[in-house]
Ligand binder design. Sequence first.
Ligand SMILES: [Fe+2]
Ligand SMILES: [Fe+2]
Length: 585
Amino acid sequence: MRFFHPIAAIALLSTAQGHGTGAHYGILKLGGCMKAKHHEDHSLTGTLLNLSDDAVVQVSVSPDSLKDGEEATVEWFYETGYAASTSNWIGYYCSDDLASLEDTNYIDYRYVTSSEVSSSGGSFTTSIKSARSSFCEFRFFSSSYIKIGVSNAVEVTDAKTKVQHLHLALTSNNDEMRVSWTSGSNDAPKVYLSTTEDLKDAGVFEGDCHTYKQSDMCEEPATSEAGFVDPGWLCSAIVKNLEVDTEYFYQATSDGVNFSPPTSFLSAPPTNDPDYSFSFLVYGDMGTWSGDNGEASIATASISTAYVLNDNVRRVDHFGDISYARGISSTWDVWFDLIEPYASKVPYMITIGNHEYDHIEGTDPSGDNFRPSWFNGGTDSEGECSVPMYNRFTMPENDLSNSIYWYGFNYANVATLMLSSEHNMTVGSPQYTFVEETLAAIDRQVTPWVIVEFHRPMYNNEDYASDNEVSENIQLQMEELFVKHDVDLVLAGHYHSYLRSKRIYQDKADEDNGIYHFTIGSAGAALDDAGLVPKDWVETFSLEFGIGKISVANSTHMKWEFIENKENEDMGGVTDETWIVKRQG
Ligand SMILES: [Fe+2]
Ligand SMILES: [Fe+2]
């Protein structure tokens, strides 16, 4: 577990509670050389970061009023005699009440560069994304974390009215699409939809909105985080009666005054063609990071956007550890800003991860909190207990499904079961029964491919004892059922690495009975550094950031590719590929 955090150097952070827990830090691109986000150290005291009596850096930002997403220039000058260093850093803060916003609650930061040290000051230009707050400012810190300068505030004039965080999801009907967005109003949520770009003669689909409060969550720090940002109204509408494989243009509004920019999506393919060909992207563990290995989460978003716009990529599946907000509500806004360019074009389907769900106390929206002795989830959601996820996403409903936690859908010739590794899967449990009945009901002549996705893998050979114990228990509960129903592929994350396996059955490579189990927990969160346990089923293992791409060719062949987040390559680089071919007989 890698920390890259200036404050961490002098403050005691909460220690990691097993693999996949502990502190990770996210990022927004703040111009220049950004490193990591570090606003979750609640153990910092005010004295450490108080503004010194003599501010020695004059910081300003202009213009002082703009719209969300517009650029501003930050400029600073050192007072005579001040010896700047590359350990100085500039934090980016947004709030409706900046005066009461703690220094630890920043959205992003950057270090001062060496050329800015040798000059009388420095400047950079950055896009102001305010996470729905009305004001933003920049605070300048010394190498010993003393605040030595604060800029003027920038007013973000449309912070409360902008329609943003547009994202799509499939429903349980193939001729529908759910359009979701965030805004400051719930007066008249609607989506205008048309097959023509000018939205002439658009159909109007009414939606609804809801929200959540800090008190809806389960534990601290989520229930007490000082910088809680009201999530606004989380709205969605289902557009209906769509023709298959058809481009539809749309705009969303919550009040009839403010609209999302017009964009378009391709409706779902037919579900009666077993040889249909299409592609989709798959990954887990994204967050909002950059960190010292490059701008991994940002690269995941930009590469995904490139594939959606330039390739036959029709949907994105993200299996858990989504934003890593973990109680810091504004991180959800930052993350939705990252995915909007592609999630507004193709369905973005999710499963829940430990960092969204796991909690000890309180009642969460799933109605269940399964905590057997072998489960190591603890308080990994930092009190969120899936409340933000539950309110921000709506997934297809089917027989025996449970909201965002377990559900299934057919897309073209692929049936996908999205499950929760954080919930009970034992024989007879609601989730097990859902899996059993859903798998049994799939007509493999029409829908030949079956993929299961959940956050924690059944098989991974990284040496994390407590996580491996969870995997072994999931094997005990689900493997026979998956094998009986000839599941083709199981996808998971949680381990921050990439693993492509041979077909596995009962912890052995088994071409005749086994299932492929791939781990793609490499979409942005800090990569793992554990030892590896020798297993005969490992085909490829790598510690590189990247995402998976599945291209279904027909009813018997699908291509698998791992796309590394290569710098300066818009569409990344394919570093591993293979064909998944149906077993004969
Ligand atoms: Fe993770
Ligand atoms: Fe995880």
